[in-house]
Design a protein around this ligand. Structure first.
Ligand code: ING
Ligand code: ZN
Length: 314
């Protein structure tokens, strides 16, 4: 069994250790953090989420964050663990956290695509999708970030940034929301939808803070607010280690993609929906060395905290 004292947040961890870590964290801080079953993966593994916040009689605001929608983006999963550690370590002493934790409940999914993550450890480091068999067993895996019911595969016409070919890296699946992992996230968000102020989905790589939409170049109703909040977060992030993260809508600064979770959240009128693309810029890409875990997590914790400060005052 792992011990929390010696848990090394500056390393990547296999899924077995992450499951043990989730147990340990909640045993230790059960007043503030609990973990719950969210759903099953295709290969029958449990997907869990944490709820973090002080109990309250009032209706609390909700922030949802997921990591590891894509199997090979290990730094995203390391970030979710780091962020949870930071909340627990600083819940009393931080300038804003004590207040945030009484106003906001966090729902954090450290690893959504558990099957894919395991596969990228055991078989193919650069695996991206989940592991459900497709096309009568001719291929494996759906890109979960193309599987959401938001212009899914652009509703049958031109597939923008998504593919109907099951061997493609961006295969959108047989239907919107077809995958168990997608359904698990959808169920959590739908349960809390009226109270969710922000949805953050953590990916790598490229160093971006992306705003909706990916499916076309239209701006959200609150595009200026989204931009301001992200620009401020990116500015504070840069102060820490000098890294530049580009802010802009996914379709404009990166590429168009239909069916992403962040667009789906924005369609549901969740005001602050962002996709984070962590380090790096392409030198190591998805295989970010462990030496960069700490600095990447530090700078992005600052960015998320900056957003939380805004959310808390809203
Ligand atoms: N990038 C995201 C992807 O799903 C993205 C980029 C997200 C584009 C949201 C548009 C909207 O392709 C990675 N690295 O997965
Ligand atoms: Zn990704």
């Amino acid at each position: 069994k792992i011990s929390l004292e010696s848990y090394d947040y500056k390393k990547y961890h296999p899924m077995t250790e992450i499951y043990e870590w989730m147990d340990e964290v909640t045993e230790r801080h059960g007043d503030l953090i609990t973990h719950h079953y969210l759903g099953s993966s295709y290969e029958h593994r449990p997907i869990y989420y944490f709820k973090i916040g002080w109990p309250s009689d009032k209706q609390k605001k909700v922030v949802v964050m997921d990591c590891g929608i894509h199997a090979r983006e290990w730094i995203a999963i390391a970030f979710c663990q780091w962020f949870v550690k930071e909340i627990l370590a600083n819940h009393k002493s931080d300038r804003i956290l004590p207040n945030v934790l009484s106003q906001v409940d966090f729902y954090i999914i450290p690893v959504l695509n558990v099957d894919g993550y395991i596969y990228s450890w055991t078989h193919e480091r650069l695996w991206r999708k989940n592991r459900s068999p497709q096309g009568n067993g001719t291929c494996y895996g759906v890109d979960l970030n193309r599987n959401f019911n938001s212009q899914w595969c652009l509703m049958g016409s031109k597939a923008v940034g998504a593919s109907r070919n099951c061997s493609s890296l961006t295969y959108c699946g047989p239907a919107a929301g077809s995958e168990l992992e997608t359904k698990a996230l959808v169920s959590l968000v739908e349960r809390h939808r009226p109270n969710i102020l922000s949805y953050l989905t953590i990916h790598s790589y490229g160093q971006y803070i992306l705003l909706p939409f990916g499916y076309n170049k239209n701006e959200s109703e609150n595009h200026n607010e989204l931009t301001e909040v992200a620009e401020k977060a990116a500015a504070k992030l840069k102060e820490k280690h000098g890294k530049v993260y580009t802010v802009g809508s996914a379709s404009v600064v990166l590429y168009e993609n239909a069916g992403s979770s962040a667009d789906w959240a924005a369609d549901l009128k969740i005001k602050l929906s962002y996709t984070f693309e962590l380090r790096d810029n392409g030198t190591y890409g998805f295989q970010l060395p462990e030496e960069q875990i700490e600095s990447t997590c530090e700078e992005n914790t600052i960015a998320v905290m900056s957003m939380l400060e805004y959310i808390n005052e809203k």
